[in-house]
Design a protein. Structure first.
Length: 231
């Protein structure tokens, strides 16, 4: 783990055993967060595919899959509470655990957004406006999740900052989707409902980008001890 422990003298006996246990539990918690990140990334990609292809069956799978994300977050959160209660972590360890808890919460919310995208599939009748741009936007968001999880693995501050900086690309894509959809609704009043659904889906993707930035801020905090607003 690329994370410095609290400085101190040599440990022996019970203190050493406690340190070994704490290190193991921290690794297990971090691994749980990483697995959660991979699951969330898959949920994003599948939700966008379902939306663009109007694939109701895949959309239902994504919606059902949100339960697995929620359960993963619950397991991580409970493990963190147990570790804090039983291992009496020192300041840096406590920061590490609380930051991972926040990352888990952000990933759970990203999973909710992916489910929200999938829920639009059965409500859209007719061709999806701005489908190509929505597909690109969703791919970018999923790539951002993968990148920020990679930064978390190594506690890579530089990568975390770079990931946060790319949130502007998602914001620009959202504006392009919005403009294209509004134009389609103005040209065809019958497209208003599906256009509204497309904008809502794009909004969820845009929110994913914001939450990835929050995770980037957590990584910068863990790596440097600095609290920064990267948005």
């Amino acid at each position: 783990m690329a994370y410095e422990k609290e400085a101190g003298g040599p440990m022996t006996g019970e203190a050493l055993r406690s340190r070994v246990t704490l290190d193991r539990e921290e690794r297990e918690i971090k691994d749980g967060v990483l697995r959660m990140g991979s699951l969330v990334e898959s949920q994003i990609r599948r939700s966008i595919e379902a939306l663009v292809r109007s694939d109701g069956r895949l959309a239902d799978e994504v919606i059902a899959g949100d339960a697995a994300v929620n359960e993963a977050q619950r397991v991580v959160s409970e493990a963190i509470v147990t570790t804090i209660a039983t291992q009496s972590p020192v300041a840096r360890d406590l920061r590490f655990l609380l930051a991972l808890d926040h990352v888990g919460s952000e990933l759970e919310r990203i999973g909710d957004h992916a489910s929200g995208i999938a829920k639009q599939v059965g409500r859209i009748e007719g061709p999806l406006p701005a489908s190509a741009e929505l597909a690109r936007m969703g791919e970018l968001a999923a790539d951002q999740v993968r990148a920020v999880i990679g930064a978390l693995i190594d506690m890579d501050e530089a990568t975390a900052r770079a990931v946060a900086a790319r949130d502007d690309e998602i914001d620009h894509a959202y504006r392009r989707v919005y403009s294209e959809v509004v134009a389609s609704m103005q040209a065809d009043p019958a497209a208003v409902d599906r256009g509204t659904r497309a904008i809502l889906a794009a909004h969820w993707v845009e929110r994913i980008g914001d939450r990835v930035t929050n995770v980037s801020e957590d990584i910068v905090y863990l790596a440097s001890g600095s609290v920064e607003d990267l948005n």
